[in-house]
Design a protein around this ligand. Structure first.
Ligand code: CMX
Ligand code: CO
Length: 140
């Protein structure tokens, strides 16, 4: 079901500062920057590698408001790893299969993610404390 780690999502207070740190320290390139109102975030994708079914990235996330998922996370836990995203061939199919095993879905249907992807989240409490995202890369 999982083809790759698509990205690691990192919650930060100041995305510009973290972009500078990650790109300079690890020699990573920012390949996309977006504001996703639906998810309540300002985000940047830094490419690690390319792959046939999609690449892998670090995703930096700054909340748009305190009551957004990332805003609440920052207030409770501070900066750091917020979620892990796995690449799947078909997000709707993966959601159905995973839900059958008793894992709660946080989305009823796939939503829009970074760079034209389709995404869905699984409840962290059902995945050993790890907020998990499923990502279907856009068709080339
Ligand atoms: N990782 C692990 N555990 C988390 C978590 C995270 N990122 N966020 C919350 N939790 C835990 C909390 O610690 C809390 O546990 P305790 O009750 O033991 O303290 C529990 O989950 C409930 O947390 P909460 O602070 O009360 O927050 P909510 O239940 O309101 O929301 C969640 C949590 C996961 C349902 C919500 O953040 C969500 O729907 N997330 C999915 C969407 C998202 O995160 N979007 C931003 C990223 C966008 C992108 O990647 O493109
Ligand atoms: Co993400």
């Amino acid at each position: 079901m999982f083809m790759r780690i698509d990205h690691i999502g990192i919650a930060c207070k100041d995305i510009e500062e973290k972009i500078a740190f990650f790109s300079e320290t690890f020699e990573l390139t920012v390949v996309a920057r977006e504001v996703n109102e639906e998810q309540g975030v300002k985000e940047a994708m830094l490419r690690i590698s390319d792959g046939e079914g999609g690449g892998s990235y670090i995703q930096l996330l700054e909340p748009l408001s305190e009551d957004s998922p990332v805003g609440k996370f920052l207030a409770k836990r501070g900066e750091g790893v917020h979620h892990v995203a796995f690449g799947v061939p078909d997000v709707a199919q993966a959601m159905a299969k995973i839900n059958e095993k008793g894992v709660r879905l946080l989305d009823e249907r796939p939503r829009h993610g970074s760079m034209g992807s389709e995404i869905a989240f699984l409840h962290p409490k059902d995945v050993g404390g790890m907020l998990t995202e499923l990502v279907q890369a856009p068709k080339p």
